[in-house]
Design a protein around this ligand. Structure first.
Ligand SMILES: O=P(O)(O)OC[C@H]1O[C@](O)(CO)[C@@H](O)[C@@H]1O
Length: 501
C-alpha cells in the first residue's frame, strides 16, 4: 500500500471540486452501469493516476484469478478449507464439477422449498415466524421490507432473532398458535438464540407439524423432532451472511412467491455474470472495492456510511454491517501473519431523509471525514410524484453539499466539502435490482479481502463470546463459579437488583 502514499498526498492536497473540474469527462470515466444499477464514483477523492495505481494493486494481488477461483469453487475459505459458492445458488457460470454440483443441489432445494410453500398456502396458516439470527435473519428481513409492494398478503411474516424474551412474548401475543408456522433457519442448528426461541415457539404451538427447518445440520434438526420432509438443506460451502439466495430465503419466497424469489436470484446472477467476465478496469465490484481500499488505506478513513434514500431500504446498513464487518473485520492474513494495513471499516448509516436530521451535521462539519455510499431509486412505486421529486432533490443536494461544501467568513457556518461519496442509482426497487445491489456488495467485499489477504468467509471472532455466554448461563445462578472477578461482581449486582421490591 506504500505506493499509494504519493497519490494520497496529491489528492488530499486538493479540494474535491478542483479534482472534478480538472477532468471534463469525469462523470463518464467514473460511472459504470450493470443492468438496472448505475454507480458513479466521480465524487471520490481519486484522480486518474491514483485510479491507475489502484488497478495495479488489484493486478498484483491477483484479483482476477481470485474471482475465477471463487466462481469455480476452489477452497477460498482457507481456514475452514471450503469453497464459498454463494454464486452457485443463483448462477450457472462455472465449469468445475464442484460448482456445477452445488448449482444442481441449489436448484433441487428450491424445488423442494416451492413444494413446502405450496402446502403452506393450501393450509390454514396465516402467519410465518422466521426464527434465526445474523445471516439466517437479516437477508430475508431486508428483502421482505424492500419488496413489500409486491406482497400479495397471503402470509404475515415475522422475525424472531434475539434471545431477549421480550421479543418472543411481544410477538406471540399477536399470533394464533393454530395458524402459525415456524421456519427455523440455522446453518449450524446450534445457535443458542435460535434453539431457545424454537423451544419457546414449540411450547406455545404445542405441535411439530408446522415446523420447517433450513440447516446444514439435518441430524440435529431431526433430533429436535422436525420431520425430514420439512427440512431444507444448507451446505458448508455457503456462509451464513451469503445465504439469502438459498432456502434461507424461505420466508421471502413464501410471502412474495417463488417467481419473485427467482427474479431476486436473476438480478444477483446478472451482477455475477458482469463480475466474472468484465476486465478489472470495467468491473463494477472491483471498482467499488478499490475505492473502499483507497479510502481505508490511502486516505485513512475508518468508518463508512451507507445511506439509502428509500424507506424500504432502511435495513440495508444493518445487513451490510454483518456482510462487511463479519467478513472484513480481520487482522490476520489467510497465511496467519498480521495484516500490514487497516482492513474493513466500521459500517453504519440509515435511510434518508431522516438521517439528515440526525447525524448529517457531523458528516458535514465534524472533524472526521466519513466516505459514503448514497443509494437512490429513479422510479418510485407510490402515487405521489411530488414526494419522490423532493426525496431525489434531497439525495442530490446532500451529495453535492458534501462534495463541494460552501465557504463562509464565519468558520462555524462554513462547509469544508471534499467529503467523498459514491452514488448508486437503481432504475426502480425491483427483485432484480435488489439482487444485483446485494451481489455487488458481496463481490466488493471479496475483492477487498483478496487485496488485504484475509478470509472473508470465516468469523472466529464471534466464537469466544458464544462460549463464555454458555458458561455464564450457569454462573448467573451460582456466581461463585464465574472465573472473572468483575463478571462475578456484576452477577451479584444483577441478582440484588433482580429481587422484587
Ligand atoms: O445460521 P446459524 O448457524 O444459526 O448462525 C447464525 C449467525 O451466527 C454467526 O455465526 C455469528 O453471528 C453468523 O455468522 C451467522 O449468520
Amino acid at each position: 500500500m506504500a505506493r499509494l502514499a504519493p497519490h494520497a498526498a496529491r489528492n488530499l492536497g486538493r479540494r474535491l471540486p478542483e479534482l472534478i473540474a480538472d477532468e471534463p469527462d469525469r462523470f463518464a470515466a467514473t460511472t459504470l452501469r450493470v443492468g438496472p444499477l448505475l454507480a458513479c464514483f466521480a465524487r471520490q477523492r481519486i484522480d486518474a493516476p491514483a485510479a491507475a495505481a489502484l488497478r495495479e494493486v488489484a493486478r498484483e494481488r491477483g484479483v482476477a484469478e481470485a474471482i475465477a477461483a471463487l466462481f469455480e469453487g476452489e477452497p477460498v475459505n482457507r481456514s475452514e478449507n471450503r469453497p464459498a459458492l454463494h454464486t452457485a445458488l443463483r448462477s450457472d457460470l462455472a465449469s468445475s464439477a464442484v460448482a456445477r454440483a452445488a448449482h444442481a443441489q441449489a436448484r433441487e432445494a428450491r424445488a423442494r422449498m416451492a413444494q413446502q410453500i405450496d402446502a403452506l398456502r393450501a393450509s390454514e396458516v396465516t402467519d410465518i415466524v422466521n426464527v434465526g439470527i445474523g445471516g439466517s435473519d437479516l437477508g430475508a428481513r431486508l428483502t421482505l421490507e424492500a419488496l413489500r409492494e409486491l406482497d400479495p398478503g397471503r402470509f404475515r411474516v415475522h422475525f424472531l432473532s434475539t434471545v431477549d424474551g421480550h421479543a418472543a412474548s411481544h410477538l406471540l401475543r399477536q399470533l394464533d398458535p393454530a395458524r402459525t408456522a415456524a421456519v427455523l433457519v440455522s446453518k449450524s442448528f446450534s445457535t443458542r438464540e435460535t434453539l431457545l426461541n424454537a423451544q419457546v415457539l414449540r411450547e406455545w404451538m404445542g405441535a411439530d407439524d408446522r415446523f420447517h427447518a433450513v440447516t446444514a445440520n439435518v441430524d440435529r434438526a431431526r433430533s429436535l423432532g422436525i420431520a425430514a420432509e420439512r427440512i431444507l438443506p444448507m451446505w458448508d460451502w455457503v456462509g451464513g451472511r451469503y445465504s439469502l439466495w438459498s432456502a434461507v430465503g424461505f420466508s421471502v419466497a413464501a410471502a412474495l412467491g417463488m417467481e419473485v424469489f427467482e427474479r431476486l436470484l436473476a438480478g444477483a446472477a446478472q451482477m455475477d455474470e458482469h463480475v466474472r467476465r468484465a476486465p478489472l478496469e470495467a468491473n463494477l465490484a472491483v471498482r467499488h472495492a478499490l475505492v473502499a481500499v483507497w479510502n481505508r488505506n490511502a486516505l485513512g478513513y475508518d468508518t463508512h456510511a451507507v445511506l439509502p434514500y428509500d424507506a424500504r431500504l432502511a435495513r440495508l446498513p444493518a445487513y451490510l454491517q454483518q456482510l462487511v464487518m463479519e467478513s472484513l473485520g480481520k487482522s490476520a492474513t489467510q497465511a496467519g501473519a498480521p495484516v500490514p494495513c487497516a482492513t474493513g471499516p466500521v459500517i453504519w448509516g440509515g435511510a434518508g431523509t431522516d438521517v439528515q436530521h440526525s447525524f448529517f451535521q457531523s458528516l458535514h462539519q465534524g472533524t472526521d471525514t466519513v466516505p459514503m455510499d448514497f443509494i437512490g431509486i429513479a422510479r418510485a412505486d407510490h402515487g405521489s410524484p411530488v414526494q419522490h421529486r423532493a426525496l431525489l432533490a434531497n439525495l442530490l443536494a446532500q451529495a453535492e453539499a458534501f462534495a463541494n461544501g460552501a465557504p463562509g467568513a464565519d468558520p462555524q457556518r462554513a462547509y469544508p466539502g471534499s467529503r467523498p461519496s459514491t452514488m448508486i442509482l437503481l432504475d426502480a426497487l425491483t427483485p432484480e435490482s435488489l439482487g444485483a445491489l446485494v451481489a455487488l456488495y458481496e463481490h466488493s467485499v471479496y475483492v477487498q479481502a483478496t487485496i488485504w489477504g484475509i478470509n472473508p468467509f470465516d468469523q472466529w471472532g464471534v466464537e469466544l463470546g458464544k462460549r463464555l455466554a454458555a458458561d455464564l448461563d450457569t454462573a448467573i445462578d451460582s456466581p461463585e463459579s464465574a472465573a472473572d472477578p468483575i463478571t462475578r461482581a456484576l452477577i451479584e449486582a444483577l441478582r440484588q437488583r433482580a429481587r422484587p421490591g
